[in-house]
Design a protein around this ligand. Structure first.
Ligand SMILES: Nc1nc2c(c(CN[C@H]3C=C[C@H](O)[C@@H]3O)cn2[C@@H]2O[C@H](COP(=O)(O)O)[C@@H](O)[C@H]2O)c(=O)[nH]1
Length: 348
């Protein structure tokens, strides 16, 4: 695999003065995939959530070559509900959306689409709406207006703080430009993931599970996946290691994997979720749900690779393309599916 181009000493790419150490770290260590490596041991010892081999086999059985081609098509990314102009403003838009892309469930009617369409409308109304210097002054009322919601949105003040954090981080490192931050990652998805998590604490989605640090980096990864999807893998969306990203550990996909028989919860956990009891952020149950979801999608991908090995015309979907399929399925079926787990958090 071609390593990311290493910035030459004194490289003066726009937005910063010296080569970024994390680019070197990731170009030297593309295998240093902290999400994959830290979620595996959780899945191996989990006591509340279990990955069912039979479920994986049954799910892959149903995937035809035609379905496979659908999963890898550029149309797999939903551009209807996003601002997409093939330019730097699309990157600014995606960073703002993914800074707010969490915890809609306390508001029954609020879904991800309200967020993506609300920010899109704000940008179409005022192209400077997402400029870093405006984000730096964002307040709770400004967030409610962004989402065009009739009342306060869940964690409204936190969402405002996270946007201020993005505005300040972009101003201090990349002249206010999210596109300059993407360019600084040198075409490496893992480098961009690390860069976002290092610059903006709100994206540093991790937990301590039985003393071990577990990285999920859901919003950092979804931002990279969204740039890849919105630019259809070209230009600013071209990442040589995009297949290193995992699925995005949210609260919708675990439900889909349960209905497919891929994930099984302990009776005790199932009862809590059925009672709509909150599962605390960082608890063993929460971390096991998220880590097992990541590992289960990796195992789905491996089983798909084995099934279609040598099949003419078959292209292996990236974990993020499997994610988009599972998430869209979960969104469509959410009224018929069992309840998702409810964790109050800024991470997903
Ligand atoms: N795993 C995964 N989680 C995702 C997404 C997206 C948006 N992606 C779309 C955009 C472009 C692509 O084409 C996708 O269609 C949102 N979420 C998460 O879901 C939850 C929201 O759920 P609900 O309350 O029902 O709206 C919340 O945690 C949110 O962060 C995804 O793609 N994957």
């Amino acid at each position: 695999m071609q390593a990311a181009p290493r910035p030459l000493a004194g490289d003066k790419s726009p937005g910063h003065s010296a080569p970024l150490p994390w680019t070197l770290m990731n170009s030297l260590e593309p295998a240093l995939n902290i999400v994959k490596t830290s979620t595996k041991p959780v899945a191996e010892t989990a006591q509340h959530v279990f990955i069912e081999k039979e479920g994986i086999t049954a799910a892959v059985e149903k995937i035809t070559l035609e379905k496979l081609n659908e999963l890898v098509s550029p149309k797999a990314y939903n551009t209807e509900i996003h601002y997409v102009d093939d330019g730097p403003l699309t990157v600014q838009y995606l960073l703002v959306v993914d800074a707010l892309n969490f915890c809609f469930w306390p508001e029954e009617e609020l879904e991800y689409e309200q967020l993506s369409l609300g920010v899109k409308a704000a940008l179409e109304e005022d192209p400077t709406a997402l400029d870093a210097e405006n984000l730096m002054w964002m307040d709770g009322e400004g967030v409610r207006r962004l989402l065009r919601w009739p009342r306060d949105v869940p964690l409204q003040e936190e969402r405002a703080r996270l946007l201020r954090e993005v505005g300040a981080g972009l101003m201090s490192h990349f002249g206010g430009s999210a596109a300059a931050m993407v360019e600084a990652a040198g075409g490496s998805a893992l480098t961009l993931m690390q860069l976002v998590a290092q610059l903006f604490p709100g994206f540093r989605d991790h937990a301590i599970y039985k003393g071990q640090q577990v990285f999920l980096y859901k919003r950092a990864q979804i931002f990279v996946g969204d740039v890849y999807g919105a630019f259809r893998g070209q230009g600013l969306g071209m990442f040589w290691d995009i297949d290193q990203l995992t699925m995005f550990a949210d609260y919708r996909v675990p439900v889909v994997l349960r209905t497919m028989g891929v994930l099984r919860y302990s009776q005790q956990l199932e009862d809590k979720i059925q009672r709509r009891e909150q599962i605390p952020a960082g608890s063993e149950e929460e971390v096991e749900i998220r880590a097992c979801t990541v590992v289960a999608v990796e195992q789905l991908r491996e089983a798909i690779a084995a099934k279609f090995l040598g099949t003419a015309g078959a292209q292996l979907p990236h974990a993020i393309q499997l994610d988009w399929w599972l998430w869209e399925l979960g969104e469509r079926e959410r009224k018929n599916h069992p309840p998702h787990h409810r964790t109050l958090t800024v991470y997903y």
